[in-house]
Design a protein around this ligand. Structure first.
Ligand code: ADP
Ligand code: MG
Ligand code: MG
Length: 249
């Protein structure tokens, strides 16, 4: 699904990723943990092709294609989805219009017929209920005035509607109370199907009680300094990141 080899990337002339490698097979859930400022969001931004985040060396294959060669739209059409740490507000564009445009583009790429407004409305309303978001949020501007938790649930709703092959969740748990966390985790778990893969970026072990990862990686200093199974997350929770400093150096 995703093969990252020795990836280096810079932001604003600053080298952030310094030789990062990860292999994600279809159906796997990989958690990425690590101290603040270690490059976790940068990794998501580089993978999704966000302007300003530049890969300088290394390679990334997504479903066998050179991901770094594709523009942002192509990456999304090919089935890459990034749920942002800080979802953006788009006043003036209704959530419904936004979601329909995204789903239309995806279906067109798959040579599927466009859903009628009525069909889409039904699907969107059902999906909003799955993430415990009142369907009234579909009529509002994208994320406009949504609370932190509502924005995160809206991101998961987008993800459910787009049915991506690779989902990257960047600290989707931050700012969520325990009930919202459960909703988000249930949404992700409902989408796990043995083919779809997930990169789950999180600061805290707590989310991984609900979304149980196959692998856990620690990103520090722009590289993966340690990998393990879910027990590594518990070890990090107990010991913090300081004990890995030797490995970062
Ligand atoms: P994390 O998500 O692990 O907390 P980030 O990837 O957000 O870390 O940030 C890694 C480093 O890159 C930090 O030093 C941060 O200040 C810097 N950085 C990230 N994005 C930008 C940007 N758009 N402009 C300038 N610096 C950035
Ligand atoms: Mg951070
Ligand atoms: Mg971050």
């Amino acid at each position: 699904m995703l093969s990252i080899k020795d990836l280096c990337a810079k932001v604003e002339e600053k080298n952030i990723l310094k030789g990062l490698s990860i292999e994600v097979k279809p159906g796997e859930v990989h958690a990425i943990m690590g101290p603040n400022g270690s490059g976790k969001s940068t990794l998501g931004n580089v993978l999704s092709g966000r302007p300003g985040y530049e890969a300088t060396s290394g390679s990334v294959l997504f479903k066998g294609h050179d991901l770094l060669d594709m523009d942002t739209e192509e990456r999304a059409r090919e089935g890459l989805f990034l749920a942002f740490q800080y979802p953006v507000e788009i006043p003036g564009v209704s959530n419904m219009e936004f979601l329909k445009a995204a789903v239309d583009a995806k279906r067109k790429h798959q040579a599927l017929p466009e859903l009628s407004s009525v069909e889409f409305m039904k699907l969107a309303r059902e999906t909003s209920k799955r993430v415990s978001l009142d369907p009234g949020f579909l009529k509002r501007g994208v994320n406009e005035g949504f609370s932190g938790g509502e924005k995160k649930r809206n991101e998961i709703m987008q993800m459910m509607l787009l049915e991506p092959d690779l989902c990257i969740l960047d600290e989707t748990d931050s700012g969520l109370d325990i009930d919202a966390l459960q909703v988000v985790a249930d949404g992700v778990n409902a989408m796990r199907d043995g083919k779809r893969s997930f990169l789950v970026v999180t600061h805290y072990q707590r989310l991984l009680d609900y979304i149980v990862p196959d692998y856990v990686h620690v990103l520090a200093g722009g590289r993966i300094v340690k990998s393990g199974d879910k027990s590594l997350a518990l070890e990090l929770e107990a010991k913090g990141y300081g004990w890995l400093e030797g490995e970062v150096a």
